[in-house]
Design a protein around this ligand. Structure first.
Ligand code: ZN
Length: 343
């Protein structure tokens, strides 16, 4: 879990994923035959099949794991030295009160994120009910304006700060969406190594949270026979939500996606993954997500289209800093992907 902790705590807003990319490269460089980074920032790592049996060339598989996280860019610095933000990715403003944040300025600077307005001791009933817009929030660096101007400028990335922890049966932290995917894919590829009958490309894709932007060019470049997105999905198995709307349940295994708001998985692949999970006794569940999308949405539709599927890790409290994924589901995702690559 040490690698997952590092992945979760590393900042990487859409467009500024370089630290995550470097971490992944440094931890996996022994695994690949070759690696490259494209102009957009997608990291594409290739592991050739070992002994090729038969005459046909091995099928190419692209496993896409987005490495960006929802975050902010500094939009303006006011005359008191407080920062105003532009969000990159979908935040629920109700989860942003009184948060510690980190600004990647000339050096990394800590600050506090809060909405404008009066504290509960002073607020009237009307004020207490009001939910601010994300763009209203400000960052207090507790420094004079002159100091702030030396350290921070418009366009610097800002991320929420949260230490990664193991709590009960889950791992808990920020941006498990979608750092868990790289952890899953890399562990699965390590498990199979050169024994796979596939020609495997692992891609750490960028800018998914602002519209699955990195995965399209990645798939265009790799030209896979099959493309697999690994991502998190909602586990709404908590109070206040009808169980039929849970999407997935924590601890009930890796989710094999039938469809979401951006893609419908290749039916043959869905059937293959379900049959394999049954055969290998890997806990799994089927997923239909009414809204939202993964990298599958764009990979499916480049060139003359590719067979595509998403494997999901059920996650509670998604797009908060308390994202929680069950360790058994993470292992099930590794096992299923490794079994498929090894078949
Ligand atoms: Zn995601």
């Amino acid at each position: 879990m040490e690698f997952l902790k590092q992945l979760s705590e590393m900042p990487g807003v859409p467009g500024r994923e370089e630290r995550v990319r470097e971490l992944i490269l440094s931890r996996t460089i022994d695994l690949w035959d070759d690696t490259r980074t494209d102009a957009l920032g997608d990291l594409i790592c290739h592991i050739k099949p070992g002994t090729i049996t038969g005459k046909k060339p091995a099928l190419k598989v692209l496993i896409a794991c987005h490495i960006d996280e929802i975050g902010f860019y500094v939009r303006a610095i006011d005359d008191k030295g407080r920062l105003r933000l532009q969000n990159v990715g979908g935040f629920d403003a109700r989860n942003l009160f009184a948060r510690r944040v980190m600004v990647q300025g000339r050096r990394d600077v800590l600050g506090v994120l809060n909405p404008p307005g009066r504290p509960i001791h002073m607020a009237n009933e009307e004020e207490k009910k009001k939910i601010p817009e994300v763009g209203d929030f400000f960052v207090d660096l507790f420094l004079p304006k002159k100091e702030v101007d030396k350290l921070v400028q418009v366009g610097d990335p800002v991320t929420l700060v949260q230490p990664f922890e193991e709590i009960g049966e889950v791992v808990n932290g920020k941006c498990l969406d979608n750092r868990v995917a790289s952890w899953v894919a890399i562990n699965a590829i390590r498990k199979v190594g050169k024994k796979s009958r596939y020609d495997i490309y692992y891609a750490a894709t960028v800018q998914e949270e602002v519209g699955c932007r990195g995965a399209g060019p990645t798939a265009f470049g790799v030209e896979p026979d099959i493309a697999i997105a690994v991502d998190t999905t909602l586990a709404c198995d908590t109070p206040g939500i009808d169980p039929v709307d849970a999407i997935t349940q924590l601890g009930k295994g890796v989710a094999i996606k039938v469809m979401d708001g951006g893609s419908i998985s290749d039916r043959g692949l869905v059937d293959d993954f379900v049959a394999l999970a049954k055969k290998k006794k890997i806990t799994h569940q089927l997923e239909i997500l009414p809204r939202g999308a993964t990298d599958a949405a764009t990979m499916q539709r480049v060139r003359s289209s590719y067979r595509t599927i998403t494997l999901s890790v059920p996650t509670r409290y998604i797009h908060t800093i308390c994202e929680s994924a069950h360790k058994k589901d993470l292992q099930a995702a590794v096992d299923l992907l490794a079994a498929w690559l090894g078949e």
